[in-house]
Design a binder for this molecule. Sequence first.
Ligand code: OGA
Ligand code: NI
Length: 353
Amino acid sequence: MGYEVDLAFIQPLEQRPKLSINEAESIPLIDLSPLNSPNSDDPKAIAGLVAQIGAACSEWGFFQVINHGVPWDLRRRVESASKKFFDLPLEEKRKVQRDEVNPMGYYDTEHTKNVRDWKEVFDFAAEDPTFIPVFNKPGAHEIKLPSNQWPEYPPEFREACTEYSRGVQKLAFKLLELISLSLNLPRKRLNGFFEEQTTFLRLNHYPPCPSPHLALGVGRHKDSGALTVLAQDDVGGLEVKRKIDGEWIRVKPVPDSYIINVGDIIQVWSNDKYESVEHRVVVNEERERFSIPLFFNPAQYVVVKPLEELINEENPPKFKEYSWGDFFKARVNSNFKKMDVENVQVDHFKISV
Ligand code: OGA
Ligand code: NI
């Protein structure tokens, strides 16, 4: 309801995916239950798991996890609150819409004239005040005092979102530790970067699309943060670009699982060992789809560069260092102003040989 997009804006962008997708060739499914065992602090007890994570990160950049420890009830509550929110009339949702002052809140394709994506979205920061310093730095764009905006309806919305966010952050830290171990680094080597994290969550609603061959829910892109932890519903539509041959592979929905992908920051930290992989969302005519990514991002003062332990004479740094806060600020502003996002991709920090 209340979702109106002028079809004239929608341009055919990409080829439709091939129909014959061999699901055996899909992203790895990893069982995290070794983390729940009493001896999970013992590196030997989780060595097999660490090896699977390392292989998934280097071969796919994407994997799904089950037995992840996030209570099902948290997910059920946020999914129900998200549905109720997006069902509100447009004028109600626009009471909490993002603008040039505040990048958090609701937006739809019509409002931002982002003609590429067939969706509406609600963004909120995991730790609200951490966004402030990014935008208040001297010389920064005049975005000031952003903070989460919560709708009045449904009344349980704020609590459901906040509790869900806490639950999924715990999973994100576990994954970060497994990734650190898989790079032969100490388990908590990367944790310090997230002390004043700029993590945010996004509720996505992809309405049924009358001309699904002309639009995409989200066009091809890479995630610019460290890690993404995504809950998708049973409709499906997420596609991942397979590294070995560049084919678009559909990620089959697995009930109560999370889809994890490496973002640009882990690509830089690992000096290209784990590449951030392109993905997109295909829409369909019949069923609306909901998804909830958590974008696990470090503190704004973090300077992103290949980790010292992973570089040496044979393996010199492949990226110039950059400030996450400055990068993130530019990304938020460019999204708002509809500039070409490609201009702020991490490839710009790549050192050419
Ligand atoms: C994203 C994204 C996938 C999905 O928001 O960056 O890739 O399934 N979403 O909604
Ligand atoms: Ni993404």
